[in-house]
Write a protein that binds this ligand. Structure first.
Ligand SMILES: *Cc1c(COP(=O)(O)O)cnc(C)c1O
Length: 486
C-alpha cells in the first residue's frame, strides 16, 4: 500500500490547493450577516482539508479498499441478511421515470410510479397474508413504531385505554423494546425455555387485560421456529391483545409460511434485508407495515389506491395515525425491492427460503463439533453457536470475531441474542455458494484449533488489517469530532 494511502485527508492538506473548478461568479455576492440571525454565522473559517481532485479520488478509493461489503466478501452477520443485491435493481432504480420525478408532481404525471407502489403493496399483502400495507416507514425500527402506534390507536378507538404493556421475548431484537418504549408502552419481558422458544407458562402469566400486544418474530432471533405460535396467538387474542410480527428477516419463511396465517395482526418487513435493498452504513431502508382488516383505518396516510384504471394517493382516512415520513417512503428502495420480487418470481422466492435454510443448517452441523451448539435442533435462516468452550481457554468470542478478519471475512453478529453466553450468530444467506460456506467453515475450524494450541494468535487478532484492534467502546462513546494536529 502506498504511503499516502495511510495518511488522513487532513495530513495531505496543502494550503491553497483546491479540488474543484467553478465558473467565475456573475451574480452579486450575498451578505451572510444579513441572511442569518445573529450568532449563527461562524467566526472562523472551518478547517477543511485542502487537496486536489486526484488526492480526494485516491483518498476515497483507498478507503473503499479497506472497507468490507457484500460485493467484496462473505458477510455472515446474523439478523442482518447481508445477501447479494442484484445489480439489475440498481439499473431499474436509475430509470429516468423513477429517479427524476418529484414527490410534489401531479398524480396524473406519475401514474407509473404509483402503479409500482400499488403493485408492491399487493405483492407484500400476498407475501405476508395481511389485508393492507403501507410503504411509508423508512426502516425496520420505524415500521415497529408505526405498527405499535396503530395498535395503540386501535385500542383507544375501542375505549380500551388500560392496555399499556407490550410483551417482548428475551431473545428479541433490541429495537423491539425500544420501539415499544418510544410508542409510549411499558415493555414486559417473557422468558425463553431451554429449547430457545417462548416459555408458554411464562407468557400466560404476563398476558392480561393490560396487554396491548405481543411483539414476536418467527423464526425467532435464535433462528428457531416457534412451533407453538398458534397457541401463543390464542393466548394473546383471548386477552384482547394484538400480535405484532417482526418480519425484518423473512428469509426463512418467504413463500412457505405467512405471518397472517400464523395469527399475527401487524407485521413489518425490512425491504433492505430480505428484498435486496443495499444496507449497512446507515443507507436508506424501507420498512413497510402490513395489517389485518380491523387495523386498516389507522394506517398512515396517504395509501396508494386504485380507482378504476387510475392510481391515486388516498388521504381520506379520518382515523389514520397520520404521516410517519415526508411524502411516500423511500421510493428508490421500494423500486429495488419490486424489481427483486418481479425478477425472482414465486418459484425464485421459494428457492430463496430453501437455500437460506439449507445453508444455515449445513454450516451449523459442520461447526457443532468445534463450537458449542446451545440449541441442538434444525434452525431456519440463521443459527447461534456459543464460544463458551473457547472462553475456558482464555479466548473470547470477540477474539474469534477479530481473527476472522485475518481470513478476509466480515465477522458474524456476536454477543446477541443476550440469552446465549458468548454468542456467535451466523446467517449465511441463500446467495452464497457451497465453496464459500466451506471456506468460512474451514476458517472457523482453524480458529477453534488455534484457541487450543496457540491462543495468543487469536487473542491478538487481527494481524493483517490496516488497523489493529480498536477500543470500540471509547470510539463509540468519545468520537473525535475534529481532527487535531499533533
Ligand atoms: C434489522 C432488524 C431490525 C431493525 O431494522 P432496521 O431497519 O435496522 O431499523 C428489527 N428486528 C430484527 C429482527 C432485525 O433483524
Amino acid at each position: 500500500m502506498h504511503k499516502d494511502d495511510q495518511a488522513l485527508i487532513f495530513e495531505l492538506t496543502k494550503p491553497g490547493r483546491v479540488g474543484y473548478s467553478l465558473p467565475e461568479m456573475d451574480v452579486p455576492e450575498l451578505d451572510l450577516n444579513e441572511l442569518l440571525p445573529e450568532g449563527f454565522l461562524r467566526e472562523e473559517e472551518p478547517e477543511l482539508p485542502e487537496v486536489s481532485e486526484l488526492d480526494i479520488m485516491r483518498h476515497y478509493t483507498a478507503l473503499s479498499r479497506r472497507n468490507h461489503g457484500v460485493d467484496s466478501g462473505f458477510y455472515p452477520l446474523g439478523s442482518c441478511t447481508m445477501k447479494y443485491n442484484p445489480k439489475i435493481n440498481e439499473n431499474v432504480a436509475r430509470f429516468n421515470g423513477f429517479a427524476h420525478i418529484h414527490p410534489l408532481q401531479d398524480e396524473s404525471s406519475v401514474q407509473g410510479a404509483l402503479e409500482l407502489m400499488y403493485d408492491l403493496q399487493e405483492h407484500l399483502i400476498e407475501i405476508t397474508g395481511m389485508d393492507e400495507v403501507t410503504l411509508q416507514p423508512a426502516a425496520g425500527a420505524h415500521g415497529e413504531w408505526t405498527g405499535l402506534m396503530m395498535i395503540r390507536a386501535y385500542h383507544e378507538a375501542n375505549g380500551d385505554t388500560k392496555r399499556t404493556k407490550v410483551v417482548v421475548p428475551d431473545s428479541a431484537h433490541g429495537t423491539n423494546p425500544a420501539s415499544a418504549t418510544v410508542a409510549g408502552f411499558e415493555t414486559i419481558t417473557v422468558k425463553s425455555d431451554e429449547n430457545g422458544l417462548v416459555d408458554l407458562e411464562d407468557l400466560r402469566s404476563v398476558v392480561g387485560e393490560d396487554t396491548a400486544a405481543l411483539m414476536l418474530t418467527n423464526p425467532n432471533t435464535l433462528g428457531l421456529f416457534e412451533e407453538n405460535i398458534l397457541e401463543m396467538a390464542e393466548i394473546v387474542h383471548a386477552a384482547g391483545g394484538k400480535l405484532y410480527y417482526d418480519g425484518a428477516n423473512l428469509n426463512a419463511v418467504l413463500s412457505k409460511a405467512r405471518p397472517g396465517d400464523m395469527g399475527f395482526d401487524v407485521v413489518h418487513l425490512n425491504l433492505h434485508k430480505t428484498f435486496t435493498g443495499p444496507h449497512g452504513g446507515g443507507g436508506p431502508g424501507s420498512g413497510p407495515v402490513g395489517v389485518k382488516a380491523d387495523l386498516i383505518p389507522f394506517l398512515p396516510k396517504p395509501i396508494v389506491a386504485k380507482r378504476g384504471d387510475e392510481f391515486v394517493l388516498d388521504y381520506d382516512r379520518p382515523q389514520s395515525i397520520g404521516r410517519v415520513k415526508p411524502y411516500y417512503g423511500n421510493f428508490g428502495i421500494n423500486v429495488r425491492a419490486y424489481t427483486y420480487i418481479r425478477t425472482m418470481g414465486p418459484d425464485g422466492l421459494k428457492a430463496v427460503t430453501e437455500y437460506a435454510v439449507l445453508n444455515a443448517n449445513y454450516m451449523m452441523r459442520r461447526l457443532q463439533e468445534f463450537y458449542d451448539l446451545p440449541f441442538d435442533r434444525h434452525c431456519k435462516h440463521e443459527f447461534v453457536l456459543s464460544g463458551r468452550r473457547q472462553k475456558k481457554l482464555g479466548v473470547r468470542t470477540l477474539d474469534i470475531a477479530k481473527r476472522l478478519l485475518d481470513f478476509g471475512y466480515h465477522p458474524p453478529t456476536i454477543y446477541f441474542p443476550l440469552n446465549v453466553e458468548e454468542c456467535i450468530m451466523i446467517e449465511p444467506t441463500e446467495t452464497e455458494s457451497k465453496e464459500t460456506l466451506d471456506a468460512f467453515i474451514d476458517a472457523m475450524i482453524q480458529i477453534a484449533k488455534e484457541a487450543e494450541e496457540n491462543p495468543e494468535i487469536v487473542q491478538e487478532a487481527p494481524h493483517t488489517t490496516v488497523i489493529g484492534r480498536l477500543d470500540e467502546t471509547t470510539a463509540a462513546r468519545k468520537p473525535i469530532l475534529r481532527y487535531q494536529k499533533q
